[in-house]
Design a protein. Structure first.
Length: 311
């Protein structure tokens, strides 16, 4: 449903108070998406119940459903909402359009979540003896590596492969106790599809992060599909990147909860070690090491202020 076009078409037929609300929404749909019922009522100079009456006049249950439909329109980028940045836009306008577009995409994504699919994916990952993460291309390869790091931290035996040959080698060594997390928004790369097919033949469970109706989604036992606006410049849009990363976070947290205290204790230990001994920490041993390295460099250059005077 295009609620913006519907509202424009019905505007002149609405009672005066509801029409005021419609005018306020059409004047700034981006603001309306973020406003609560009281703020919207105040701007339209009506009572809060009028907002609900307007939504029902449009065939919706209330403001929440209206916002969901509005967010979807914002996410797909109707001309009315001017989602595309214009040459005349200043820096603030560019930032607002980009950030609001991302927010709208995430809101739309939330409404399309399939709880059953997520539960199945989390359960599969939690019991897998081995998890291999496949990515292809710059963005998906990075996300596969990030997924490996996330799941490794909570106790899974996991690997990440972006090389086509190594993906085939990995797939050929999987068993029915293992799982593959294949990440590709485009979902059509032949080398990745071939590795996934081999992994399926080995009995591994395939979880895919991709768009709906791609060859990868069709091959997966558990397809987690992402629908976001296309980008005019890059193959994988920023919205797609954020969506995939969000799903990786959801899966990791879900698996961590399934694995219970052991996973949480493991994460706590990682945190403590990195705080105490990480190379980017402020640990006393690190300060001493850098101080000594600096002194050695100065001494080599003959500039150490504490060096003995020459005879």
């Amino acid at each position: 449903m295009n609620v913006v076009e519907l509202l424009k078409a019905q505007l002149d037929l609405l009672p005066a108070a509801q029409r005021q609300v419609g005018v306020a929404i059409l004047a700034d749909p981006q603001w309306a998406l973020r406003a609560n019922v009281d703020a919207l009522a105040q701007r339209a100079n009506v009572s809060p119940p009028t907002i609900v009456r307007l939504c029902r006049a449009l065939g919706l249950e209330g403001l929440r459903e209206f916002k969901l439909q509005l967010a979807q329109q914002l996410a797909v980028g109707t001309p009315f909402l001017h989602r595309t940045v214009q040459a005349s836009d200043d820096a603030l306008t560019v930032a607002q359009k980009i950030l609001r577009g991302m927010v709208a995409s995430m809101v739309d994504l939330e409404q399309k979540l399939d709880a059953a699919v997520l539960e199945k994916a989390i359960a599969t990952l939690a019991r897998a003896k081995r998890l291999d993460c496949y990515g292809v291309g710059a963005t998906s390869s990075f996300m596969a590596t990030d997924a490996q790091a996330r799941f490794f931290r909570i106790g899974l035996t996991t690997n990440a492969y972006s090389d086509a040959h190594m993906q085939l080698v990995s797939a050929a060594t999987l068993t029915s106790d293992d799982a593959v997390l294949a990440i590709s928004h485009v979902g059509r790369m032949p080398s990745l599809l071939e590795a996934v097919e081999v992994a399926r033949e080995q009995g591994a469970t395939i979880i895919a992060l991709t768009q709906p109706d791609t060859p990868l989604a069709e091959l997966a036992h558990i397809p987690i599909t992402v629908t976001v606006p296309e980008d005019a410049v890059v193959r994988v849009s920023t919205e797609a990147y954020l969506a995939h990363m969000s799903f990786l976070e959801i899966l990791m947290v879900g698996v961590g909860l399934r694995r219970g205290d052991a996973a949480i204790a493991r994460m706590r230990r990682f945190h403590d070690v990195l705080i105490e001994r990480g190379i980017d920490s402020n640990h006393p041993a690190m300060r001493l090491g850098w101080s000594q390295a600096e002194r050695n460099a100065l001494n080599k250059a003959g500039d150490d202020p504490d060096a003995p005077e020459p005879a």
